[in-house]
Design a protein around this ligand. Sequence first.
Ligand code: TXA
Ligand code: MG
Length: 320
Amino acid sequence: MTNIYPANNDNIQKAAEIIKSGGVAAFPTETVYGLGANAFDGLAAAKIFDIKQRPKFDPLIVHIHSFKQLNEVAADVPPLAKKLADEFWAGALTIVLPKTDKIPDIITSGLNTVAVRMPSNPIARKLIEYADVPIAAPSANRFGCVSPTSAEDVYEQLGQSVPIILDEGRCNIGIESTIISFCGGEPVVLRLGGIAVEDIEKVVGLVKVDITNDNLAMAPGRLLRHYAPQTKLEVYERNHLPPAAGKVGLLCLKADENLNGFATVEELSKSEDLVEAAVNLYAAMRKLDAQNLDIIYAVEMPDLRLGRAINDRLRRASAK
Ligand code: TXA
Ligand code: MG
């Protein structure tokens, strides 16, 4: 018996009961699969850190299903943050706000701010609704590894350490949410993700993007090496791809590169669509990782819209 269950109403109820009673459950969102626990229960949240082998200085995102719940987790919502939420929620945008006392310190790693997201995936929304509490959930993978975009991916990483994995097939965005903070006066993007910065700027004007990892206190999760396969990965500009030496796998947007000598090629989007590329990114990384390659060469995406977020993941996957 596996712990993968189809995401029907009965099983969503079952997962909600587990979360209500202090346990954890893995569930689909539109970005990646999450590993959820009651966001008001510090002990339940501790189980997430344990299962993921996640360092305690890496705070969790709290998932809500209504604006009413937002007021239970965030002490203040500045007008610009509200404007962004109105535009992009439910969806792949996480907003960092001052936290209320109801959110235990372990969720935020001791920060006085909380990252909040209202997911659009109907299964995730029902789960939060049935559990009747906000759900703290990181991506459902072991710390530092590639994020899961299917129930099987979750199982591969976490096995039987979670009682239930709700299965709803592949995620339709495929990379994590964009994170924007409103805690330092001006809005700052802390993680590139499923909502393009260009679209955020249409709503609130120019925003600062600070995805460096030199300010751990501000966003502890932005470690340089992250989202990484086991196989060594190097990133190259399109025109500077070296010839394959050894057993090399190629990860590229469209396979019009010189393919001579590559053991295997993973193309992210034949039509060079960056949204489709994001959907396929982590699955392609997993596939390459399973092939005993000496190395993976990844070709940089065009540096715009979701291409920026993909390039960020590739760079982190290539970090030592
Ligand atoms: O798309 C997503 O956001 C997925 C799905 C499951 O919702 N979740 C996800 O969570 O990617 P996770 O744990 O893999 O990434 C959470 C990151 C942390 O590593 C940290 O960088 C940032 O969110 N974060 C959380 N709380 C924060 C806070 N109070 N201030 C700044 N950054 C925070
Ligand atoms: Mg993660």
